[in-house]
Design a protein around this ligand. Structure first.
Ligand SMILES: Nc1ncnc2c1ncn2[C@@H]1O[C@H](COP(=O)(O)OP(=O)(O)O)[C@@H](O)[C@H]1O
Ligand SMILES: [Mg+2]
Length: 266
């Protein structure tokens, strides 16, 4: 990775994790740099979500350490962990919206719960995020009245409303068709350009998300097989990475033309 890139904001060093007798992470090493998009890929069940949960401080490692902003998550107080988490935005598989609340209230919730912002400040912030997601007219609607793609966009608006330094995405387009997935990635690209957050993404939509990534990390057999630029990843000699590229990412070559215009239009 080139030296011009930002400071390391997340570091997993020799992270081991067992669930019962299952040894899921066997010495995971991974660094995430400020302002970049890191894409974590790998077959189902390899530990991608478990890695994200370590970064979020939701799971503690059995060995090794997890540092965020230079702090070892296992050695800080609950209060410090909470403070770090206020700088996180999270968008998981199901957008996890509250059905009984309007779109506006769903997006406003983190501001109401975690800040002392005035109603006016909250309004400005929420409306700005809704506009970024092309949802300015959906504020009064309830989640059940929205399409799956719109629900994800509300989830993204909510994930960004506290101006997080790091945003975590775990399979953010699950359940969406190709068109809707592209839309989410386009909005992701647009908001990251504007808000400059660091992104960590776990995704199955590898061909689509690939070009947005600064670094791609493959987890297989409990370890990170490599973390490198998409260009180098595609040409890697590592047999696990080659295997992954050939099986999962085959379509990227054939879809190159249609996809290439996608991110230039935003
Ligand atoms: N809380 C848990 N308790 C027991 N096993 C778990 C738990 N979380 C994850 N696992 C197991 O760890 C492995 C990796 O899970 P996960 O990280 O969710 O995979 P994926 O790469 O598909 O996101 C799986 O075998 C899963 O069953
Ligand atoms: Mg997962």
């Amino acid at each position: 990775m080139s030296e011009e890139q930002g400071n390391v904001v997340i570091e997993l060093a020799d992270v081991d994790k067992y669930f019962g007798r299952q040894h899921v992470l066997k010495g995971v090493n991974l660094q995430v740099r400020e302002g970049t998009t890191t894409l974590i890929v790998g077959a189902s069940g390899q530990g991608k979500s478990v890695i994200l949960k370590h970064m979020l401080g939701l799971i503690k490692p059995d060995g090794g350490k997890v540092e965020v902003f230079g702090k070892d998550l296992a050695r800080i107080s609950k209060k410090e962990l909470k403070e770090i988490r206020t700088q996180f935005g999270v968008l998981f598989q199901n957008a996890a919206l509250f059905d009984s609340m309007t779109v506006y209230d769903n997006v406003a919730l983190p501001l109401r719960e975690r800040t002392a912002a005035s109603a006016e400040k909250i309004r400005d912030n929420v409306m700005e995020k809704l506009a970024m997601m092309d949802l300015e007219n959906a504020g009064e609607k309830y989640p059940a009245q929205l399409s799956g793609g719109m629900q994800k966009r509300v989830g993204l608006a909510r994930a960004l409303v506290l101006s997080p330094k790091i945003v975590f995405f775990d399979e953010p387009t699950t359940g969406l068709d190709v068109h809707k997935s592209n839309e989410i990635y386009r909005l992701f690209y647009r908001t990251q350009e504007k808000l400059k957050y660091t992104a960590v993404i776990v995704s199955h939509d590898v061909p689509k998300i690939f070009k947005l990534a600064d670094a791609v990390a493959l987890i297989a057999d409990g370890v990170i097989q490599g973390c490198m630029s998409p260009e180098r990843f595609q040409l890697s000699d590592n047999p696990r990475i080659r295997d992954f590229v050939e099986t999962t990412m085959g379509p990227i070559y054939s879809s190159e033309k249609e996809e290439s215009s996608l991110y230039e239009t935003v």
